[in-house]
Design a binder for this molecule. Sequence first.
Ligand SMILES: [Zn+2]
Length: 276
Amino acid sequence: MLFTCPLCGAPLKEEANRWFCPKGHSYDKARSGYVNLLLAGGKHAKLPGDNKMMVASRQAFLNKGYYRSMADVLCETAAKYLPAGGVLLDAGCGEGYYTALMAKKLEAEGKPAEVYGVDISKFALDKAARRRKDIRFAAASVFHMPMTDDSVDLMTEVFAPYCGEEFARILKPGGIMLLVIPARLHLWELKCAIYDEPYENEVREYPLEGFEFIESIPVDGEITLDNNADIQSLFQMTPYYYKTSEEGQRRAAALQQLTTRTSFEVLVYRKLDYFV
Ligand SMILES: [Zn+2]
């Protein structure tokens, strides 16, 4: 168990219905199975993360397999780089779609891992924890994860906020970080359908402080959504939703069919030994 007590930093131990530390701080499991390690009144307690609607939209959309090709590449890459019996952390795991698929893939490859998921949204974790009981899910900020230093062999971060220092802290020396980012023309046709002047995604430079860049794996595809509910789900799970004008919202609400390209990059990094 690599999660630590958010109050005193000691490693947590597990019982059926709670996690606790040697000093007696205790954290109950929610009915679904995740544990809230956000301290009431703490620095991150007021950050709600994704709300109920965003979580429901994303789960509905992902469960239909629209992003499965990217998920498969992510799973294959995790299986390629994770040592047998290693520790996997999904930082910003959301409702656990990718976390659960990776755990399943690693089992299928004959090298099951010890799997952890962290997200700040309790709505998302409630869904995640119902997917698999053998993955430990905790509510916490990815900027301040209650986790032991140098403990993770491979971490993944899919469309979630990047915090290099914190990721380097929890990774073992030589540990692997997989980042999934939207590429330049991801969802281009969706944007064209909604905006008068769609803009391309900015793609950042590969070098990251404290990490060695290993490779970028592009995953390009095309998806067809043939009903408005799925289109709305996709729209609502993107960052564009809250930046869209009423006119744009109306256009999205009227769309009954949409074929759009999807374009991701899976970036692979290795933590440098001398990062402090
Ligand atoms: Zn404690």
